[in-house]
Write a protein that binds this ligand. Sequence first.
Ligand code: TYD
Ligand code: MG
Length: 454
Amino acid sequence: MFPKWAGKCEACGGWNTLEESVVAKATPGGMKATSKAGKIEFFGLAGVNPPPPRVPTTIAEFDRVLGGGLVPASVVLVGGDPGIGKSTLLLQAGAALGRAGKRVLYISGEESIDQIRLRAARLGLTQAPMDLAAATQLGDILASFAQFPDAALVVIDSIQTMWTDGVDSAPGSVTQVRAAAFELIRAAKTQGFALMLVGHVTKEGNLAGPRVLEHMVDVVLHFEGDRGHQFRILRGVKNRFGATDEIGVFEMTGGGLAQVANPSALFLAERRGNVSGSAVFAGLEGSRPVLVEIQALLAPNPGGSPRRSVIGWDSGRLSMLLAVLETRCGLKLATNDVYLNVAGGLRVGEPAADLAVAAALISAASDVPTDPQMVFFGEIGLSGELRQVAQAELRLKEAAKLGFAAAVSPKRVAGGAAKISVPASLRLVEIGHLTDLVAVVTRGAKPKGSGDVK
Ligand code: TYD
Ligand code: MG
């Protein structure tokens, strides 16, 4: 190793054969880039590694998804459809950090300074300290970082617009995006600032271009929502420093993104009592219970192949549930078009939603509204048996808090799971099989399609 420029290589005697290679400084809590004499160092598992220090953005819903705030020298990728509000979210988060006394650089490759200022004015953030730039050339951007050794956060909006001279392909191409991200990440790790990259999502729902980007960063967040709705959900997809199943809930208002501390109340706000085909699911998003309305609509379609249209849930799971309802409960649904919707634009991934979906379908088939004071949760197996799901207590508590009077859940196996405490204001209806659910939902009325009614 040569610490400074030398013309001759002492090892082989050749002239001008040496190449400069810059060794990155060690990063706090990260990997050491230096090695002695070409060897790596090994460590035992034991040892005290203090948890990474966190810098809260002061936007609680954002911090929750990050796992308690930004980790210095970490890299966060925020993906989402165009127009969903990524730039708005990061401008607000940056401004909040700026106001907390941190240095924030916001570099946009998509909008001019004037456009960003206009948005800031709309969001009432013009007084927040922040350093704005409109740039896309990576070399210039990297060179400017030296002026800001105190930078706590650098926002790049978006990674697809950045390009580096070193690579011969067009901005936005896989090679460019990967090379640009690599350079930026290296700068973040050596200088110790947190880096936030905005990434666009392709039609297939992948972060545009390279999935590799997801491997390169520490945290991947998806900003989701239905553009027709005002709710926006920030979902953790990958997090090297915390849990990945957390969500942050926001509402897009005229003045930017507002935090929603009580999502259940929001998702149920537009629910109308006494219509058939609706059931309330007591769900769980990360550590947080969320109540949502599941809506089902059946329309007869005697000829042709019936449609199955699902928004907010897995369509394969719906097909399975329809098959179980047909085979185990005698409901005739095969000749119906089936529409299923999770109200409010939330995407539900839990199998625990099975019971609520089934309740909505049974209610639609029998034209009997479910009890509006009732919530449902539980998983359904192929033989129609019900399975317990995690965190029943948390779900029940949330239902009681929102004024629900009853909850339908799978029967606990004797001698199995520990006792759960049920809020006093809540009646717990434990059922073992899907046929019991038909009885609970229809309260004696026969579903239209069921075997003995023609
Ligand atoms: P934007 O943050 O530009 O989305 P992205 O960066 O993901 O493409 O947000 C665009 C949308 O948000 C735009 O259609 C208008 C809407 N919006 C509001 O409704 N209220 C606001 O205060 C702001 C700033 C944007
Ligand atoms: Mg944008």
